[in-house]
Design a protein around this ligand. Sequence first.
Ligand code: SIN
Length: 351
Amino acid sequence: MKTINKIFVLLVLVLASVSYASAKPKVMILATGGTIAGSAATATQAGYTAGVATVDQLISAVPQIKDLADIKGMQISNIGSQEMNDQVWLKLAKEINRLFASNECDAIVITHGTDTMEETSFFLNLVVKSDKPVVLVGAMRPSTALSADGPMNLYKAVVTATTPEAKGKGVMVLMNDYILGAADVTKMNSTNVDAFACPNYGPLGQVIGDKAYFTRAPLTRHTTNSEFSVDGLTKFPTVDIVIGYANASALPTKALVDAKVDGIVHAGVGNGNIYPTVMTELDRAVKNGIQVIRASRIPVGMVPMNGEVSDTDHGFTASGFHNAPKSRVLLMMALTKTKDLNEIRRIFAEY
Ligand code: SIN
């Protein structure tokens, strides 16, 4: 080969490798609504409407994310997450699994209201069939507020999703610099921007500036190691929550037993303790084939099997480290597979 041809071939190879090396990861932003897409009449007022801005508006408000990744957006819903429901969950989970299976993106960021983000993230943690990063992000202040937190949170969610260490960590939430694992993340403050924490396990890491630092990994089962699936699912078993308090009324529990729900989560006082008349109704639930999870209304700490209450005698399952909303999600998914008490107890020990 003539020298000139050799130089030409070499140049083509160098250019190809440079463009390969600089190929940006593909990130899909799935928008569901929430305060991050919220709008208010003034920049300082407390009241606003969630779920107004579209996914395209969210993306164009943070042009810096295009330096990190090839960004595409898709509108899944545009609701406040207090309206989150089974149909949006199924649509979201099935779309995520389709996008990853068809290799259309390397990571997914989901914009979501903060009110039920802990439940959506845990649900997805159980049913996403990929180890590619999925990061939920929201905001405590609407997009029109002074010092809105949404744009920086979105930027840091994309930083997290495009960091190689994010792979295999399960579904995550990015709020106020913290990278929070789906199994433990919970909303701890109803108004402050520092609203989210993993009260039992601590965060998986933090995003400082434009770099994500991971310091932990979840050991409980999730995503590719989960036995749960949304394939063929069109609805979920009915699982409801009742809360414990002093002099508690047994009426809500009685109504659920009479309605023949599939499962009841009792968010008890302290270590999952239960008022006597409510206990009578929960015993009736078990006799009627309804699964009962004994959780706590306290956001931090564990409800182990057979504490002050003998779960063995009553036929209950203790929630472990899961709070009541997460227990509801896990029982719902467990009941898509089994009604066997020992299996339900195994599931609560493993996830
Ligand atoms: C919502 O959850 O949609 C409303 C509250 C929020 O996003 O912070």
